[in-house]
Write a protein that binds this ligand. Structure first.
Ligand code: ATP
Ligand code: MG
Length: 456
């Protein structure tokens, strides 16, 4: 039995009695109360699989109860009962989230039929949830690589909060994987089949952000020839990522805060409000707490977004992930361009691990994509890597060619210069243009110096 415990709310004693006798006789655990307020207290205190409620009741009516019950106990299946003349209220209750309704008066088999249907749906829902969990577990946490302790901790929190509707603020330098983490939160959630919508708050012109987010009514402003749904409505039932949320203009922040608090939006130029069911994620590469300090970001909004905070460490602080990430990217881009699988030579990998990656994972991905195009061998050698990566090779030892008694700065400079040029030529396998880039010399100046020092 999927729906085991049932709460009944009806102000009519005889109806309560009939239902309790009928359902207990069928093995359900039943409890009956006489009004909405009491029902809500019950739902808050105990877990019920189903709520069967009248729509016309004193104190709190069925419609109010349906709304409150959904907030208090979202997993409970709701069935409303309505007598002739209260059908409209019943329809409203269905819109508000009730699963089915029973017309009064009813026969016992009708009650059991409605319950059986609800059980069937619940069974499917649970099965679906289980399968989805299995799939995402088999896939690993999305396409994400998380081996460093700090990243494992991030993924532990991701897996824990993904099934909820909690707002999550994802902070991290540019290219650290904020968007992939946001997608993982969506994919591991029961909303996975619903839309994932990302909006970059920094790239929409300020004048348009409000209508992009909330939509607009027909004729709300010049050019608004038709009404338009906003991104909140697009994401209904799913997840909305507010990317670069630190760029959201201050005057718009109260509107966002209102949506977060009330789950309602109002299209620009429209007086009506619409309910939306959207899970909000926010990402930023700015220090939001500092923006709050500086008065550029509302404190209340900051706290509302930062219910759970995830901080993605820069790649240089998790260099142990570079080999796995590199392999992933070589595979991803290798198969895309249809070339044979490539590996990194030991030297090249060492350089990648040593480099500081100011552009983080994205910079690494780009570097490898480029290396795949540039190198013809099966093994990717250092010369296929971008100049800044090559330049990060070990610091130069003090030239040993100098006589300890020689204090001439000029001579020391020449020795050092010759040494640097030799290394640059080695790193780039004799490619003078690339060596010149590394050395920050013009190719002509390099050629001149090569001759001067007699290098080959
Ligand atoms: N842990 C990871 N495992 C696998 N791929 C990753 C990981 N982190 C990032 N990537 C890849 O790196 C690239 C950049 O990631 P993403 O777009 O999520 O970064 P971001 O933090 O949102 O960057 P920005 O601040 O520039 O928007 C993407 O192609 C993504 O697939
Ligand atoms: Mg991003």
């Amino acid at each position: 039995m999927v729906l085991r415990s049932i709460l009944i709310a009806d102000d009519e004693e005889s109806i309560r009695h009939v239902l309790v006798v009928l359902l207990e006789g069928r093995g359900y655990q039943v409890r009956a109360v006489a009004d909405g307020e009491e029902a809500l207290r019950e739902l808050q205190a105990r877990d019920y699989d189903a709520l069967v409620t009248d729509v016309r009741m004193p104190k709190m009516d069925g419609l109010q109860l349906v709304r409150a019950a959904q907030a208090a106990s979202p997993e409970t299946t709701i069935i409303v009962m309505s007598a002739y003349g209260s059908h409209e209220l019943a329809i409203e209750a269905m819109k508000a989230g009730a699963y089915d309704y029973l017309g009064k008066p009813f026969r016992p088999d009708e009650v059991l039929l409605v319950l059986r249907k609800a059980e069937e749906r619940e069974r499917l829902r649970l099965e679906n949830l289980r399968l989805r969990r299995e799939i995402s577990r088999a896939r690993g946490p999305g396409q994400l690589i998380a081996e460093a302790p700090a990243m494992r901790e991030v993924m532990r929190v991701v897996e824990k909060v993904a099934p909820t509707t909690t707002t999550v603020l994802i902070e991290g330098e540019s290219g650290t994987g904020k968007e992939v983490v946001a997608r993982a939160l969506h994919e591991l959630s029961p909303r996975a089949e619903r839309p994932f919508v990302a909006v970059n708050c920094g790239s929409i012109p300020e004048a348009l952000i409000e209508s992009e987010l909330f939509g607009h009514a027909k004729g709300a402003f010049t050019n608004a020839r038709t009404a338009k749904r906003g991104l909140f409505e697009e994401a209904d039932g799913g997840t909305l990522l507010l990317d670069e949320v630190g760029e959201l203009p201050l005057p718009l922040q109260p509107a966002l805060l209102r949506v977060l608090q009330e789950s309602e939006i109002r299209r620009v130029g429209d007086s009506r409000v619409t309910k939306v069911d959207v899970r909000i994620l926010a990402a930023t590469n700015r220090d939001l707490a500092q923006l709050v300090q500086a008065g550029r970001f509302r404190e209340d909004l900051y706290y509302r977004l930062n219910v759970v905070g995830l901080k993605l460490p820069p790649l240089r602080e998790r260099a142990e992930e570079i080999p796995a990430l590199s392999a992933r990217f070589l595979e991803r881009h290798g198969t895309r361009s249809g070339v044979a699988p490539r590996r990194l030579s030991q030297n090249a990998l060492e350089l990648l691990v040593r480099y500081r990656w100011p552009g983080n994972v994205r910079e690494l991905e780009n570097a490898l994509e480029r290396a795949l195009v540039l190198s013809e061998e099966d093994e990717i050698e250092p010369e296929a890597l971008p100049a800044p990566v090559l330049a990060s090779a070990e610091p130069l030892p003090v030239p040993s060619a100098l006589d300890p008694g020689d204090f001439s700065v000029k001579r020391a400079q020449r020795v050092l210069e010759a040494d640097l040029i030799r290394r640059a030529l080695q790193q780039t396998a004799g490619n003078r243009t690339r060596a010149a880039e590394l050395l920050e010399l013009s190719p002509r100046a390099l050629l001149y110096k090569i001759r001067e020092y007699g290098l080959t």
